[in-house]
Design a protein around this ligand. Structure first.
Ligand code: C2E
Ligand code: CA
Ligand code: CA
Ligand code: CA
Length: 282
């Protein structure tokens, strides 16, 4: 009883209630943010480690709050997932990205693919296939131009459901990438059955791999695994050329990170796409 007393005291501490209020306020703002047009997408380049060719982009959402300024997605995406808003928001992300892909295609600037992050909640609603199909139709984007990034943890949690949804999306011609690979707990046979196209090495392993031999071990293992399953391997969070060369020597295919570019808003990334061919190789 004493322990519980302590627990409830802590629960009602001013700090906790301040955080709870803050959270509620943010959630309330989040509900209206879509209508008020406060969201936008930025895009980050993905570059082939051998040819230095730009092969793709990843779309990343940005929320410019009228008072708080830029609220990071690591803060509001989990909130949107908990209150169910992620379904509507996810549809907006998909539509916005596909409209942009269409504009790039018309301008002759489209990269091979553009990746969109998909929340586990979107996948579990079973609506994702419909949403992707109708968005591709409406925008006239080819399925091959779209890639979906899903996280490993979800795929491993809801096997039956995600297996079917992913098989349907794959059949449509959309490519699939497992995000944050190495942070979850995958079964290797399951990974093989899923028939995803890419593994994306989490940046927490890339960050310290030059100094930390256990992180380097994970990076090597993921690259070897990807190769043996015939998957493309992409490393995220690549910030310097030592990391890029190291990854290339290990056989990693593609890199993404500040070394090439930060995520850029659509006008700037369009300029980047136009200029990229004139760049020197890394
Ligand atoms: P993520 O999908 O793993 O995205 C990678 C994050 O790393 C992005 O943060 C990106 O800006 C950042 N990053 C890229 N290169 C570097 C680098 O070289 N160094 C460092 N330190 N960071 C780098 P961001 O944009 O803040 O997104 C954070 C997370 O929020 C994403 O992680 C993803 O889980 C989620 N998220 C972002 N946009 C969306 C979206 O449109 N839909 C969904 N469902 N989730 C999203
Ligand atoms: Ca991602
Ligand atoms: Ca990631
Ligand atoms: Ca991540």
């Amino acid at each position: 009883a004493k322990a519980m007393g302590h627990g409830s005291l802590r629960f009602f501490s001013p700090e906790m209630s301040r955080r709870a209020k803050e959270r509620l306020a943010l959630e309330a703002d989040l509900r209206g943010a879509l209508e008020r047009g406060e969201f936008s997408l930025s895009y980050q380049p993905q570059v082939d480690l051998r040819s230095s060719e730009l092969v793709g982009l990843e779309a990343l959402i940005r929320w410019t709050h009228p008072v708080r300024g830029n609220v990071p997605p690591s803060v509001f995406i989990p909130l949107a997932e908990e209150c169910g808003l992620i379904v509507e928001l996810g549809d907006w992300i998909l539509q916005t990205a596909c409209r942009q892909i269409r504009r790039w295609t018309d301008a002759g600037l489209a990269p091979r693919h553009t990746a969109v992050n998909i929340s586990a909640v979107q996948l579990s609603r079973g609506r994702l296939l419909d949403s992707v199909t109708s968005t591709l139709e409406k925008t006239g984007v080819a399925p091959e131009q779209l890639e979906l990034e899903i996280t490993e943890s979800f795929v491993m949690l809801e096997r039956e459901l995600s297996f079917q949804s992913l098989a349907d999306l794959r059949a449509l011609g959309v490519s699939l990438s497992i995000d944050d690979f190495g942070t979850g707990y995958s079964s290797l046979s399951y990974l093989q059955q899923l028939k995803v196209h890419k593994l994306k090495i989490d940046m927490s392993f890339v960050r310290d791999m030059m100094k930390n031999s256990s992180n380097a071990g994970i990076v090597k293992a993921v690259i070897a695994l990807g190769k043996s399953l015939g998957l493309e391997v992409i490393a995220e969070g690549v910030e310097d050329s030592d990391q890029a060369h190291y990854l290339r020597d290990l056989g990693c295919d593609v890199m993404q990170g500040y070394l090439v570019s930060k995520p850029l808003p659509d006008d700037e990334i369009s300029k980047f796409l136009a200029d990229f061919s004139k760049r020197k190789p890394i």
